[in-house]
Design a protein around this ligand. Structure first.
Ligand code: C2E
Ligand code: CA
Ligand code: CA
Ligand code: CA
Length: 279
């Protein structure tokens, strides 16, 4: 039994080593990803449920590793976060998203809102406000066409500090969305102190909507609450017509999800929007 235990231990140790080797490889590769031009921004359109028009896009980061291929954000964002790389990567994402938005305008597309994700680490960065300001000034994008998505949990880590930062961002004329709403532990009373323009209902609730009355009750509640506070509601992860129609019937403002369009490279997003306009 003792021998067996030792073998088991060796097995786990080998597995752990393999895992940490892979982790180390990813870490060192990620340090160079930005400089080597391996990062790209994809865009997922958002539709206004009333007018059925495309009114915005969410910018989502992609990493094409030359050997490992496409590495999903769930894998590399936490590493970037841990290594502090997310601050420079996030600034690059903001610059790229603003540049793409302006290029679409020059291409003759109507103005849409561009939403960019902010990581908790960026949210803690002392240079955040200056960085946003600098990007807006150098790109020339109208601040009202930019929105930043910040997760509920990042805001709730230090709500007092969050209020100060969010106000400073709002004062730049930039919109603010609370992301993954419903998954954190927001005291609802905080919601009215945060100067938010948008509430994004987490995908998990949308996913459960057709088979779970509780999920529907939560969705209905979030929509009523947000509208009461004069905020817009966006549903993420809409994959079916049933989900789309339910959200429409409840007065949800916008939807994004595979049912409409998956995240695509900038020129595909532009073509998608152009096609939608002609219809
Ligand atoms: P998120 O902000 O909640 O983004 C929405 C995620 O849902 C995206 O995953 C998107 O591709 C996915 N999605 C959209 N529609 C559907 C659908 O109908 N069904 C399903 N199953 N999924 C859908 P993605 O692109 O893999 O990104 C995952 C997460 O990584 C994001 O979650 C966000 O937290 C983070 N992330 C992505 N890009 C960035 C970035 O530029 N900066 C930061 N800080 N985080 C990012
Ligand atoms: Ca988001
Ligand atoms: Ca989200
Ligand atoms: Ca989510």
């Amino acid at each position: 039994a003792k021998e067996k235990g030792r073998n088991t231990y060796r097995f786990y140790a080998a597995k752990m080593n393999a895992q940490s080797t892979e982790q180390l490889m990813l870490e060192s590769a990620l340090r160079h990803a930005l400089d080597r031009g391996e990062l790209e921004m994809y865009y997922q359109p958002k539709m206004n449920l009333q007018t059925q028009r495309i009114v915005g896009v969410e910018a989502l980061m992609r990493w094409h590793h030359p050997i490992l291929g496409m590495i999903p954000p769930v894998q590399f964002i936490p590493i970037a976060e841990e290594l502090g790389l997310i601050v420079s990567m996030g600034k690059w994402a903001l610059e790229k998203a603003c540049a793409d938005a302006l290029a679409w305008q020059k291409h003759g597309l109507p103005e849409v809102l561009t939403s960019v994700n902010l990581s908790p680490r960026q949210f803690e960065s002392r240079t955040l406000i200056a960085d946003i300001k600098a990007v807006l000034e150098s790109s020339g994008l109208d601040p009202s066409l930019l929105e930043l998505e910040i997760t509920e949990s990042a805001m709730m880590a230090d709500p007092e500090h969050a209020v100060t930062l969010l106000r400073a961002i709002r004062d730049l004329g930039v919109g603010l969305a609370i992301d993954d709403f419903g998954t954190g532990y927001s005291s609802l009373s905080y919601l009215k102190h945060f100067p938010l323009s948008t509430v994004k209902i987490d995908r998990a609730f949308i996913n459960d909507l057709s088979q779970d009355a509780d999920a529907r009750a939560l969705i209905d509640g979030i929509i009523t609450l947000a509208h009461g506070l004069r905020m817009k509601v966006v549903a993420e992860g809409v994959e079916t017509a049933v989900q789309f129609n339910y959200l429409h019937s409840r007065g949800c403002d916008e939807a994004q999800g595979y049912w409409l369009c998956k995240p695509v490279p900038a020129d595909e997003a532009r073509d998608f929007m152009a096609r939608h306009l002609r219809n």
